[in-house]
Design a binder for this molecule. Structure first.
Ligand code: CU
Length: 169
């Protein structure tokens, strides 16, 4: 019984000490200048929306506190006022349906972002077919954040989640 327990303990210890990301990170820092390290920390994300009212991804991943460079592309052909798409990352706890209703009411003059963006972490412009937009922002605290397209009627289909993981120590 005792030896079984020691084996368990050894396995757990081994698991926690054998983190390879940590090793990779220190190697990277050793070989580059501080500026390059900052840039290599950037998470590059790509997302698209189409004329069938679909995002091409349901989940995106990032690391807390690190910069995100997100390119959003409308790969369809239909113009903005009929099939507009954007990427709107919502703060934790935001009710998607309530937000979408407010966005619809706020309308085109606000680029479909209600309350001057109070519930929004980051968002792109509203795009028509063939257009793209790139935004940069810092990943928030670890957690799961909803993203939607805030064009009227789209958020029921066009929604996904950004999973933010804790940065490796
Ligand atoms: Cu849309």
């Amino acid at each position: 019984m005792k030896s079984w327990f020691i084996l368990m303990l050894a396995a757990v210890t081994c698991f926690s000490c054998g983190e390879t990301p940590q090793k990779k990170e220190s190697l990277k820092i050793g070989g580059t200048s501080a500026k390059e390290v900052t840039q290599s920390n950037t998470t590059v994300l790509a997302l698209s929306g189409n004329d069938a009212m679909q995002f091409d991804k349901k989940t995106l991943e990032a690391t807390a506190g690190q910069p995100i460079k997100l390119t959003f592309r409308h790969v369809g052909k239909i113009e903005k006022r009929i099939m507009g798409h954007n990427f709107v990352l919502l703060k934790e706890g935001t009710n998607i349906v309530a937000f979408a209703n407010q966005a619809a009411a706020a309308g085109a003059p606000t680029d479909w972002i209600p309350n001057e963006g109070a519930e929004v972490i980051a968002h792109t412009k509203m795009l028509g077919g063939g257009q793209s937009d790139m935004i940069t922002f810092d990943a928030p605290e670890p957690g799961v954040y909803d993203f939607i397209c805030s064009f009227p009627g789209h958020s029921s289909m066009m929604r996904g989640q950004l999973i933010v993981r804790e940065a490796a120590q």
